[in-house]
Design a protein around this ligand. Structure first.
Ligand SMILES: Nc1ncnc2c1ncn2[C@@H]1O[C@H](COP(=O)(O)OP(=O)(O)OP(=O)(O)O)[C@@H](O)[C@H]1O
Ligand SMILES: [Mg+2]
Length: 464
């Protein structure tokens, strides 16, 4: 069912239900109040009538018509129905209004032992509905008086009220149905428009936007703004992804081309075993570089999915020792010393040991690569309010100010590195950042540090 019809149906049903119940309750209350008023009037008049009759004709109360003028009357020309019975039920006297149809006490359902305040009775005379009271009176309660008035006014009031309610009910239902249909149509149009934009995006049109075309509801406007923002981010994500893939393809292509060239060269003519060995060793170095690149890409992809690794508790000093051992060969090759400064008490963090070691090693490799031969790299571990801080400091040329905002982006390499002898794909720092963030921490370049470079990796301390 369409949203518009659904909304209209639900609202109409609810309005109808609430109005119906309210009208019913009001009718019942009015009916009760009016009947109570009538009963009070009947009782007052009945008592007056009884007193009058008892005074005028205490022994044989036969002539009611004769004393009628002295009974207090309720306003409006109403017909009264009075009848006097002996206690055993014989009709002694009655007004002419009964037109000879005086009901017996039995027909009225009056009990023989009548209470002093009488009983209320409902009766009908020639199709005219009456409400009355039967009171005992006379010496030893020898007589009964029925005093009744028509209840037509109460019934007419109620009927009028019911007609009025019915008319109001029908008008309210019609207005609700029309109004809710109109509002539903407006809402459905807005939802349809949002759905249209979502469909366009699903088809690949990342330029589709809602651009505030929804009508005046604040929620829909907020939703359309959110949707536009989401599409924009989606577009950025897709374009970043494209750039990433093209960079990755490029990085893979150059070592593959070198490898292919080397192998083609080897096959061009017969070579000595030593020449073959040399070519194979070169090719192996390229294959190893390719393997490392593939590994870096995999690590990056694994950490970009937004899931936090569970890992186990690890002692940071042990991580630093592992990373140092791995970077040792490169440091020796470049004649660079690495000094480790750790606090007396061991610090613990939670995470995946191999990933955390890789992050520290990437920072160490960068520091060693940028340190002039004979220089020293310092790794300082300390506890801070952010958790555990690992600072890797080198005395190299530092990061140029214009490169600083981009060094953590995948495949970014400084102009110096691109042209110079330092090899790399520009993935090291991107991997460090992804690993740090996946573990609830982050990595920053300390821009205030000079000369040289200082990178700070911080990670939350293990709970407890
Ligand atoms: N210690 C440092 N001193 C100066 N510049 C640095 C330092 N570390 C990183 N950089 C700059 O940041 C860039 C990105 O570093 P990153 O580690 O991501 O890539 P890479 O070292 O060039 O290659 P890869 O790490 O993938 O082998 C470097 O090319 C360099 O310009
Ligand atoms: Mg690096």
């Amino acid at each position: 069912m369409k949203l518009r019809d659904q909304l209209s149906l639900v609202l109409t049903f609810v309005t109808g239900g609430v109005l119906g119940v309210s009208f019913l309750v009001v009718s019942l209350l009015v009916r009760r109040d009016e009947t109570e008023d009538l009963d009070r009037a009947i009782l007052a008049q009945a008592m007056a009538a009884v007193l009058l009759v008892a005074e005028k004709a205490p022994e044989a109360p036969q002539v009611i018509e004769g004393v009628r003028g002295q009974i207090p009357e309720i306003p409006a020309p109403v017909r009264r129905y009075e009848a006097i019975y002996a206690s055993h039920g014989q009709v002694l006297s009655a007004t002419r209004t009964f037109e000879g149809n005086v009901p017996s006490l039995e027909q009225l359902g009056v009990p023989e032992s009548l209470p002093g305040e009488g009983v209320v009775v409902e009766l009908s005379v020639r199709g005219n509905p009456l409400r009355g009271v039967v009171l005992p009176f006379g010496e030893g309660n020898r007589f009964r008086m029925l005093y009744a008035l028509t209840r037509r006014s109460v019934d007419e009031d109620l009927r009028f009220l019911q007609k009025l309610f019915l008319a109001l009910f029908l008008v309210a239902i019609a207005v609700t149905a029309l109004l809710s249909r109109f509002l539903g149509a407006r809402l459905a149009a807005d939802v349809g428009m949002l759905a249209g934009v979502a469909r366009a995006v699903a088809r690949g049109d990342l330029d589709a936007r809602v651009r505030g075309r929804t009508r005046d509801s604040a929620e829909l406007r907020a939703l359309s703004d959110d949707m536009d923002r989401m599409i924009e981010q989606l577009g950025e994500l897709v374009s970043n992804q494209r750039i990433f893939i093209s960079h990755a393809a490029h990085e893979l292509r150059s070592p593959l081309a070198t490898l292919r060239g080397q192998l083609q060269l080897a096959l061009r003519r017969e070579r000595s075993p030593d020449e073959y060995r040399e070519i194979i060793q070169d090719a192996l170095a390229e294959v190893e570089a390719l393997g490392a690149l593939a590994e870096d890409l995999l690590v990056l992809a694994r950490h970009q999915d937004g899931h936090s690794p569970r890992g186990a508790e690890v002692v940071v000093e042990a991580l630093l020792q592992d990373a140092l051992r791995m970077a040792q060969g490169f440091a020796l090759q470049r004649d660079v010393q690495v000094q480790l400064l750790t606090p007396a008490d061991p610090l613990r963090i939670r995470g995946v040991r191999s990933d955390l070691t890789r992050a520290i090693r990437n920072l160490l490799d960068n520091a060693v690569a940028h340190t002039p031969p004979g220089g020293e790299v310092r790794v300082e571990l300390r506890e801070s309010e952010r958790g555990v801080e690992i600072a890797v400091v080198d005395p190299g040329p530092g990061v140029p100010r214009e490169d600083a905002p981009r060094i953590f982006a995948p495949f970014f390499r400084g102009s110096r590195e691109q042209s110079g002898e330092i090899q790399g794909a520009g993935l090291g720092l991107a991997i460090v950042r992804e690993i740090a963030r996946a573990h609830g921490g982050d990595v920053q370049l300390d821009s205030a540090h000079a000369p040289g470079a200082r990178f700070v990796l911080w990670l939350p301390k293990a709970p407890g």
